[in-house]
Design a protein around this ligand. Structure first.
Ligand SMILES: [Zn+2]
Length: 629
């Protein structure tokens, strides 16, 4: 029947043909025992009857064909009228990879299929060009980075193409490497009640299960990263939970070769490559929710170091109001992000929650009448309704070049992942001054450090001063476990330090501290019996913030050029800004976190060098805490 014989490998059409022949063959022999029935060449019971039927069938087939040809001709005319190319898909070898680019339900709903996938082009066919089809074409073009050509087809072509879906297995998404099964994750995860359990259990499972158990345990303990490092004598396994690294287990070095091969296989990278860094990805589905794990391999002295970053959708679920920005600072930010132009900058070291804050701001601004475009490095989470793009150093699509092309797209709000150089800074400022709200991050220790940093890049003070709306400085502190935290007395030295910091709160900050009633809480660590924190004493994190919004005085100082971080902090404080440490201590007084935690985190500094890749290092040397066992 087909006009064109498929030349490539077995296409769906071939499979469909085979299945048709097979179906036709099975019911024929009635009493012959269908299991051992021969194929289509089975002898016919009575020849004359069959001949008559064949003649009749031939006639009706011919009639049907004429009808179909007429319909195809009509479709061709309609295509011409619509100005679209026309194609008859009868016999066209549609590959499963092409077809599966659109889920079946969607294809049926909008009457469109992808019938050909070339290196730089996708061909989409529809019986009904509509805004939905157009949206799909755009979506595919962006996602696959190809040109999408739309063709017009007849109802018959569509019907046949849709039938082909039955021949492909349900594909949710392309999954790299070897799949990790949800059932295995659950089975192995069940054996782990606290990260410390891993050491006992992991020695007794097969190598395949080791990797799965590791991921299962990490997911169960809400870890954000898994670190696997080959050391001189053994393999060290550590989890990062709420920003802090914990020793999870030590494995025998003998298993290293197999272990690293398994990890590379699962992550979909080259197994035989050991001397250059590689990046892979694992996608797992748990209760139908997709979780991605980004895996980075780095050569080290004793083998390799592997870091798996678990990208949890709930990280971006945080709403602006739930970030933990309070009082006056909250009102200021709320006001500044509603302005149609200017810049909102977040600062802090890597891992201080800057991106979460930016995403929360974008989500708050994300309404139908606002166009938001982001430029990220890399895109870690998909935000519904926001156009996200990613820098690509290999293609010379860097922040500066990307930002230029984004501005041609006429956005209202632009998010730039990070401002690292003068060129990007200047374009961002230009955008902020010409009717765009720009949100971005800059690598400095505090809000007050942002302005000196911009100036040291070479930004002109007279452009910077009117462009900035607000600068946010932030860190993340761990929340005390609400189930097992206890009231504590601070040692005299710490108490004195705390009092001094709180006494420095600006009079116009809106905060009043009653020094006669200072109460603080601490963590109970090592109490594995606590079901909420599994003995860690902390559960989850909250931000501590300082917000410096632009005032006439601050603007004047910037215009003067040459201004230090210290000077900026001093003016901001006079204007009523609460510092991060003060905000943290106020949160400690409420029992949200501990003083110890606030002081630990406040000391974190940005790295002296600009990290080119933040993928492998989330935070600058956090203190290690052993979970014991
Ligand atoms: Zn607890």
């Amino acid at each position: 029947m087909p006009n064109i014989t498929p030349q490539k490998t077995a296409s769906i059409e071939d499979l469909l043909k085979q299945s048709r022949t097979a179906q036709a063959a099975t019911p024929t022999p009635v009493g012959a025992g269908s299991a051992s029935a021969p194929t289509a060449s089975a002898p016919s019971p009575s020849a004359p009857v069959v001949e008559k039927t064949v003649a009749e069938t031939k006639l009706s087939e011919k009639m049907e064909e004429i009808k179909l040809q007429a319909l195809e001709k009509q479709a061709g005319q309609k295509a011409a009228a619509l100005g679209l190319p026309y194609i008859d898909l009868k016999g066209f070898p549609i590959a499963p990879e092409a077809l599966s680019l659109i889920p079946r339900e969607r294809a049926e709903k909008i009457h469109a299929v992808i019938f050909l996938k070339l290196e730089e082009e996708l061909r989409l066919a529809t019986t009904e060009p509509s805004p939905e089809v157009e949206a799909l074409a755009k979506e595919l073009a962006a996602k696959q980075n190809v040109h999408v050509q739309t063709y017009f087809i007849s109802d018959t072509s569509l019907k046949n193409a849709l039938k082909l879906y039955a021949m492909i297995p349900e594909i949710k998404e392309v999954i790299y490497g070897v799949r990790i099964e949800e059932a295995d994750l659950e089975r192995l995860g069940k054996e782990i009640t606290s990260p410390g359990d891993l050491q006992d259990k992991i020695a007794h499972v097969s190598l395949t299960d080791t990797v799965t158990m590791m991921i299962g345990a990490a997911l169960k303990s809400d870890a954000s990263d898994i670190h696997i490092e080959a050391e001189e004598k053994d393999i060290k396994l550590r989890f990062r939970i709420d920003g802090v690294l914990y020793d999870a287990a030590k494995l025998s070095k003998e298993t290293w070769k197999q272990m690293i091969s398994r990890l590379k296989l699962v992550a979909g990278v080259k197994i035989n490559v050991e001397d250059v860094p590689q990046d892979g990805r694992i996608t797992i589905y748990i209760k139908d929710e997709k979780t991605d794990i980004r895996v980075s391999f780095l050569p080290t002295a004793f083998g390799e170091s592997v870091v798996m970053r678990i990208l949890r959708p709930k990280v971006i679920a945080l709403a602006f109001a739930d970030l933990g920005i309070r009082g006056r600072a909250f009102e200021q930010i709320q006001r500044e992000i509603q302005r149609p132009n200017g810049m909102i900058i977040t600062t802090g070291p890597t891992g201080s929650g800057k991106t979460t804050t930016l995403y929360a701001i974008l989500k708050k601004l994300n309404t139908e009448d606002v166009k938001i475009i982001t430029l990220e490095d890399p895109i870690e989470y998909k935000l519904e309704g926001i156009n996200q793009s990613q820098v690509d150093q290999a293609k010379k699509y860097d922040f500066a070049r990307g930002l230029r092309s984004i501005l041609r797209q006429d956005p209202d709000v632009v998010m730039v992942g990070e401002i690292r150089d003068l060129e990007t800074a200047e374009i961002a400022i230009q955008a902020a001054l010409t009717g765009h709200l720009v949100v971005s991050t800059i690598h400095t220790n505090s809000a007050a450090g942002a302005v000196p940093r911009f100036l040291s890049m070479g930004v002109k003070p007279f452009l910077l001063a009117p462009a900035i709306n607000a600068v946010i400085g932030q860190r993340l502190v761990r929340r005390l476990c609400p189930a097992c935290k206890k009231k504590i007395e601070l040692d005299p030295a710490t108490l004195a330090q705390v009092k001094q910091t709180l006494k420095a709160l600006p009079a116009n900050s809106g905060e009043n501290v009653d020094f006669s009633k200072l109460e603080f809480y601490g963590a109970v660590e090592g109490n594995k019996a606590c079901p909420t924190c599994r003995g860690l004493g902390y559960k989850g994190r909250v931000g501590i913030y300082e917000v410096m919004s632009m005032t006439k005085e601050i603007e004047k100082v910037i215009l003067g050029g040459n201004v230090s971080e210290y000077q900026m902090a001093d003016i901001a404080s006079k204007q009523g800004m609460i510092t991060m440490v003060q905000d943290g201590l106020l949160k400690a007084m409420e029992g949200l976190t501990s003083v110890e935690e606030v002081l630990r985190v406040a000391e974190m500094q940005v790295e002296t060098e600009d990290p080119l890749d933040t993928a492998t290092q989330e935070q600058p040397a956090p203190p290690m805490v052993s979970t014991g066992v």
